[in-house]
Design a protein around this ligand. Structure first.
Ligand code: SF4
Length: 317
């Protein structure tokens, strides 16, 4: 059954300050309208399907919105939950914007998943981004959400100036240890008009290459998926408006595609595939497997198997 996450963009609402790298307008556009109108459109196109869905309040700091506004937003979803059209609510927030009492309140109001914009578990990178919390606050927030019974996701950045592979994998080790339900990995980009742009223009800020980023993230995805942790997204969502505003750092419209291709290429080489074989892969990996087989001039049949983990190739006997 297909699962939909229906996003509502709060576009900076609730944020205590603008983080130096962030431009939600460029990333997600203007705030989304009311829940009722978005649900009407969603049901028009998907209402007759077998599906499950969650409504997600993203692009701001949901848990720092005035309580009355949080209540209004959560309550606006309840009629759809009662009718079975939506199964729960997600939101994104900062690690320093939650407490145990509030988590109980969210759970009673159908919140099923909270995505924490952690960005890094290392002080020097949190300071660079001026996030305003410590690595321990980030770890405790993940543990606290897990303990509440609400699913937790971690947003993690990479490609900070001065970051090397070992430093990046320190953050990946934290993810392995904390075992969130899922995570999002995205490279740091410099968006014009943000305070980070000014720092970048002052000079001395170097970024890793796209090839290096693909290699690091492919290794990280292998490690994370082996732990049974989902990869919710790789890279920033692509939009021509965002692309136009990126002036430095790591950004590629097909970054996720490049990582998935690299992972399948590794599996293909490891399995020593020969022409005439039939391969089973996860349905989302079909396109990559066909592309790699074509490049390597192997005539193979590829069949989808949704029980397989991403990037796995099974040769049918
Ligand atoms: S990164 Fe998150 S907390 Fe910071 S300004 Fe952007 S949406 Fe708000």
């Amino acid at each position: 059954m297909k699962h939909y996450i229906i996003p509502f963009f709060l576009t900076f609402q609730g944020c205590p300050h603008r983080c130096i790298y962030c431009d939600q307008q460029a990333i997600a556009g203007e705030p989304t309208g009311e829940v009722a109108s978005v649900m009407e459109t969603f049901l028009k196109y998907h209402g007759s399907e077998e599906y499950s869905a969650e409504i997600a309040f993203f692009g701001g700091t949901f848990s720092l919105l005035p309580l009355k506004r949080q209540q209004e937003l959560l309550e606006s979803v309840v009629p759809y939950i009662e009718k079975g059209e939506v199964r729960g609510i997600r939101f994104s927030t900062r690690p320093d914007a939650l407490d145990e009492k509030r988590l109980i309140w969210y759970k009673e109001r159908f919140v099923t998943h909270i995505e924490l914009g952690v960005q890094s578990f290392q002080k020097k990178f949190l300071d660079l981004l001026r996030r305003g919390y410590t690595p321990q606050t980030a770890r405790s927030a993940v543990e606290m959400v897990k303990k509440s019974g609400i699913g937790v996701g971690i947003q993690l950045m990479l490609g900070f100036p001065g970051q090397d592979r070992e430093m990046f994998f320190k953050d990946i080790d934290e993810i392995r240890r904390l075992k969130p339900e899922d995570c999002r990995l995205y490279p740091l980009s410099v968006i014009s008009g943000t305070p980070l742009e000014k720092e970048y223009q002052n000079g001395g800020m170097n970024f890793i290459s796209l090839e290096t980023a693909v290699d690091w993230v492919a290794d990280a995805v292998e490690v994370i998926e082996k732990e049974g942790i989902g990869i919710r997204r790789i890279g920033l969502p692509h939009s021509p408006e965002l692309e136009e505003k990126i002036i430095a750092g790591l950004y590629h419209p097909s970054f996720a595609d490049k990582v998935r291709f690299e992972l399948l290429r590794r599996s293909f080489d490891k399995a020593d595939i020969r022409s005439g074989q039939t391969l089973s892969v996860h349905p989302a990996d079909l396109q990559y497997t066909y592309r790699i087989a074509r490049i390597k001039k192997k005539q193979v049949n590829v069949v989808p198997d949704s029980s397989l983990r991403r990037s796995t190739i099974i040769i049918q006997q």
